[in-house]
Ligand binder design. Structure first.
Ligand code: ADP
Length: 271
């Protein structure tokens, strides 16, 4: 009941004589709302002091410092940057969690977006001195309707994970294609892979297969949670196919009604 702000979960059991169970989940929903508001406010408040700390550290780093001090300042800069990405990811996630639908959608030009992500991934593999071979395969000219920043963030998270969890000289392929089921974006790597027992939990906040390897890799532990929420908001879904020691494929599947032709037409509506 939206006037009284009461929330019920309705479950129907049975085939012939049916049993209808209504459970009052108002308190649960309010608690979840309080948790989301707290995370959003705390992250927001942490942003300014962090920017100030990083600013001062960077001013010091510009000076001619004695070696041990320069090393300590370098560490402080790296940790402040890590905290900034964590705070930014927490803010993004709480914004995504506040609704299961995007407010307004636009035509996203996939080619330039994916070319940019491809370029950023190549820059990352070079900075990490991994020299992986990263290919981009665009097998469809169709675009997507959605929120550009959200999809950019989801796709980049998958691609940067592939770079992080694939050893040097590995191979990574980004692919966009369409068929009668809709549009698909996949990232395939021949990296460390994931044991099947972990797969159902990967999109939980801060869930990591190998804590020590993951936290040193530069991620925030929120990447796949962000991907999942962005996809839910776009009516899309994530599938994960992985073999330990062989590699992984993370795929995003979008329904046909979200596809748009270059002239702005929707093939699903025309059919
Ligand atoms: P993180 O910041 O730790 O990368 P994510 O939510 O993006 O957080 O990923 C969760 C975990 O899933 C990672 O810690 C890692 O163990 C595993 N993972 C994600 N992508 C891959 C991949 N391409 N190959 C192997 N493991 C992966």
């Amino acid at each position: 009941n939206s006037d009284l702000h009461l929330q019920y979960q309705i479950t129907v059991f049975g085939e012939g004589d049916r049993l209808l169970v209504a459970r009052d989940i108002t308190r649960l929903v309010r608690l979840e709302q309080t948790r989301q508001d707290f995370v959003a406010n705390a992250s927001h408040e942490l942003r300014t002091p962090l920017t100030v700390i990083r600013g001062y550290v960077e001013t010091f780093l510009d000076q001619d410092l004695p070696r041990p001090l320069a090393r300590a300042m370098g560490q402080m800069q790296a940790q402040a940057r890590r905290m900034e990405s964590l705070v930014n990811d927490l803010l993004l996630l709480s914004r995504l969690e506040s609704s299961n639908h995007i407010a307004d959608e636009h035509q996203i030009q996939l080619r330039p977006m994916l070319e940019q992500i491809h370029q950023d991934a190549r820059a990352l593999t070079q900075t990490q001195e991994k020299n992986q071979v990263i290919n981009l395969q665009l097998d469809s000219d169709l675009d997507l309707a959605g929120q550009e920043l959200e999809l950019h963030s989801a796709f980049s998270n998958l691609v940067f994970n592939a770079v992080r969890y694939t050893p040097a000289q590995g191979k990574i392929t980004l692919r966009w294609w369409t068929d009668t089921h809709g549009g698909h974006f996949s990232v395939t790597d021949d990296g460390i892979g994931i044991d099947s027992i972990h797969i159902p939990r990967l999109t939980e906040r801060f869930y990591r297969v190998d804590e020590s390897r993951s936290s040193s890799s530069g991620g925030t532990g929120l990447g796949l949670a962000i991907v999942k929420h962005v996809l839910v908001r776009h009516g899309a879904r994530l599938s994960i196919d992985s073999q330990p020691g062989q590699g992984s494929t993370f795929s995003c599947h979008f329904p046909p009604e979200m596809l748009i032709g270059t002239s702005g037409t929707r093939p699903a509506e025309a059919a």
